[in-house]
Write a protein that binds this ligand. Structure first.
Ligand code: Z5A
Ligand code: MG
Length: 213
């Protein structure tokens, strides 16, 4: 009699990009195409740590948190979800992350006071994604999209700097990166995102989950 096989692990797919690049739109469209999949959005504003982050982003924290404090809270928000992420992946569920450590590094470095090494170090040991899809959009196009400008980092100058740091992040951080021109139509972006996702799903079927080094 054949012994029951454990389920193949789920894939870890990350959608990154600047503000209003269409990350949440594409995450939903991906989720509809991938059976047994779930979206996890970072920051997860529903936890107590996430509420501190939300207060900061909406400028409600007084006095404002230091750059170090808010950076470590963003990372802690990922670490607090780790047990549930790992449980889902080993049960065969695919996770689609709407932002991850790469936003963490890019936004904090772009503020100017913290080094790249400092910014990446608290996330070392978190799971390495099977594919990272970066939606690239010039900030002036983003600024024309609905909802831009409400939160702390949603300023043109900041977004330009973040875009620059993201280039360094893509060069330095391990993992399979795909850059997609996010100024195309929603449908065209989805097709390009899907091509990269299929690769990541195949990779996850054949390889163990690794950690960020
Ligand atoms: N942050 C950090 O500092 N450190 C960290 O570790 C992490 C995050 C994880 C969280 O913002 C902030 O925290 C963010 C980074 C920082 N700061 N900033 N700035 P968030 O992720 O919660 O932000 P959001 O409110 O979800 O917005 P968003 O993610 O920037 O937007 P989006 O998800 O990329 O876009 P969207 O909601 O899918 O689409 C925006 C609009 O454009 C909407 O009207 C769409 O219908 C439209 N859209 C989408 N695609 C298209 C195309 N292709 N063409 C035309 N229009 C489109
Ligand atoms: Mg979003």
């Amino acid at each position: 009699m054949a012994t029951p096989q454990p389920p193949t692990r789920g894939a870890l797919i990350v959608i990154e990009g600047l503000d209003r690049a269409g990350k949440s739109t594409q995450c939903s469209r991906l989720q509809q195409r991938i059976p047994n999949s779930r979206i996890i959005k970072f920051p997860d504003r529903s936890t107590p740590i996430g509420q501190l982050i939300n207060n900061y982003l909406t400028s409600a924290s007084s006095p404002p948190l230091t750059d170090q404090a808010i950076h470590l809270l963003f990372s802690a928000n990922r670490w607090e979800l780790l047990p549930s992420l790992l449980a889902a992946l080993s049960a065969g569920e695919t996770l689609i992350l709407d932002r991850y450590i790469y936003s963490g590094i890019s936004f904090s470095v772009a503020k100017g006071a913290l080094s790249y090494e400092y910014c990446r170090s608290p996330d070392v040991g978190l799971p390495l994604p099977d594919g990272i899809i970066f939606l690239d959009l010039p900030p002036d196009v983003a600024a024309e999209r609905a909802g831009f400008g409400g939160e702390r980092y949603e300023k043109r100058e900041m977004q330009e700097k973040v875009r620059e740091v993201f280039k360094t992040v893509r060069e330095r951080e391990q993992g399979e990166w795909t850059v997609v021109d996010a100024s195309a139509s929603v449908e065209e972006v989805t097709e390009r995102v899907w091509a990269a996702t299929e690769k990541a799903l195949r990779w996850a079927r054949e390889n163990e989950l690794r950690e960020i080094e």
